[in-house]
Design a protein around this ligand. Structure first.
Ligand code: NAD
Ligand code: IPM
Ligand code: MN
Length: 351
């Protein structure tokens, strides 16, 4: 069997601490299948050296890989709108990775800040549109720096883009509890969100076995706190689901727990990309205390999507065994272990 070719983009800050942790776990759990990792030093330091977030042929260099594992991008030395748009968002957009899949689950032994809920009442799967919407990047600034300055940031919702993400979400709902919630804001946004609602209703008629609900994004945020058990699969636009999934991470117990997969389940313009939801956490970088769970979970999602279900579940089983034992936690979860100590504990549990 040939080895998997995996591109690593640790990026910035704690991205450089959690990706090596995930790689150690992959190597332990994937013994026998083999990986060829190639590490790319793209990110803010690369930008300060070269004036670019990745080389001009960066995307082409990623094409031959089976998957990308990314840490986090962003550092105070480079404006965020440059670092993120020119690396992370370029990969999502140009490879047309239109699904951003984000599980929100409470691992055994962990406590959600929602103390009055049982852990099994917080179990959602967010399906985030990942290639258009509020993030399309169309706009501009006019009369910059003057009192008459104007900034325009367009949202673009295409029928095709909306249909494909909603259809994917219905398919996921069928594989789980057969309920799907759509996140909207059509009470205020009469063009984009009304199209979103119309498309949702159209696709729903193809999936009559799936029960549907529609929540305005503000009410959805409140619902995640007061009645998370009423949510299972949730589909939302790029910005709305971005915001709700950081809330999801907080409900899991820490932002250091939330993992994601960037996928194009229909055609392949480039490799899928797996990453933690969190950022580069400049407030704790370099201290060796970042929680690697999100990155390790992202590595498990990667194996699942490469069809290596055994490796994927071996990783999650080991992760769950360590959290359940409650003896090794990084400081964000109230412990005093390091990233490396936590990672070694997971490797110690790999069957
Ligand atoms: P952040 O997610 O980096 O940090 C928010 C808070 O959560 C911080 O207090 C941080 O210490 C904590 N945290 C996050 N991940 C953690 C982990 N694994 N273990 C322990 N604690 C963790 O968000 P931010 O501060 O808004 O952004 C920092 C930088 O990261 C910015 O440049 C931002 O643009 C960028 N960013 C990048 C990505 C990405 O590359 N996917 C995602 C979000 C933010
Ligand atoms: C995420 C991040 C990114 C996003 C930022 C860093 C551009 O917050 O992956 O959730 O908004 O998509
Ligand atoms: Mn985010």
């Amino acid at each position: 069997m040939s080895a998997y070719q995996i591109a690593l983009i640790p990026g910035d800050g704690i991205g450089k601490e959690v990706v090596p942790a995930a790689v150690r776990v992959l190597e332990a759990a994937g013994k026998g299948i083999g990986f060829n990792f190639e590490c790319f030093d793209w990110g803010c330091e690369f930008y300060l050296r070269t004036g670019r977030m990745m080389p001009a042929d960066g995307l082409e260099r990623l094409l031959g890989f089976d998957a990308i594992l990314l840490g986090a991008i962003g550092h105070p030395s480079v404006p965020d709108h440059i670092s993120l748009r020119e690396l992370l968002l370029r990969i999502r957009f140009e490879f047309d990775l239109y699904v951003n899949l984000r599980p929100v689950e409470v691992l055994p032994g962990l406590e959600s800040p929602l103390r009055w809920k049982r852990p099994d009442q917080i179990d959602m799967l967010f399906i985030r549109e990942n290639t258009e919407g509020e993030y399309c990047g169309v706009g501009g600034r006019f009369k910059r720096g003057t009192a008459d300055e104007v900034a325009v940031q367009q949202s673009i919702f295409t029928r095709k883009g909306t249909e494909r993400i909603i259809r994917y979400a219905f398919e996921q709902a069928r594989r789980r509890r057969k309920t799907l919630a759509s996140i909207t804001k059509s009470n205020a946004m009469q063009f984009t969100m009304v199209l979103w609602d119309e498309v949702f209703a159209e696709i729903a008629s193809e999936f009559r076995d799936v029960e549907t609900a529609k929540y305005h994004v503000d009410a959805a945020a409140a619902r995640m706190i007061v009645a998370p058990e009423s949510l299972d699969v949730v589909v939302g636009s790029n910005l709305f689901a971005d915001i709700l999934t950081d809330l999801g991470g907080a409900l899991q117990g820490s932002l250091g727990l939330a993992a994601s997969a960037n996928l194009n389940p229909v055609e392949r313009r480039g490799p899928p990309m797996f990453e933690p939801v969190h950022g580069s956490a400049p407030d704790i970088e370099g201290r060796g205390i970042a929680n690697p769970i999100a990155a390790i979970w992202a590595a498990s999602l990667m194996m699942e999507h490469l069809g290596e279900h055994d490796v994927s579940s071996r990783i999650m089983t080991a992760l769950r065994a360590v959290t359940k034992a409650r003896s090794v936690f990084t400081p964000d979860l109230g412990g005093n272990s390091t990233t490396d100590q936590f990672t070694s504990a997971v490797i110690g549990k790999i069957a």
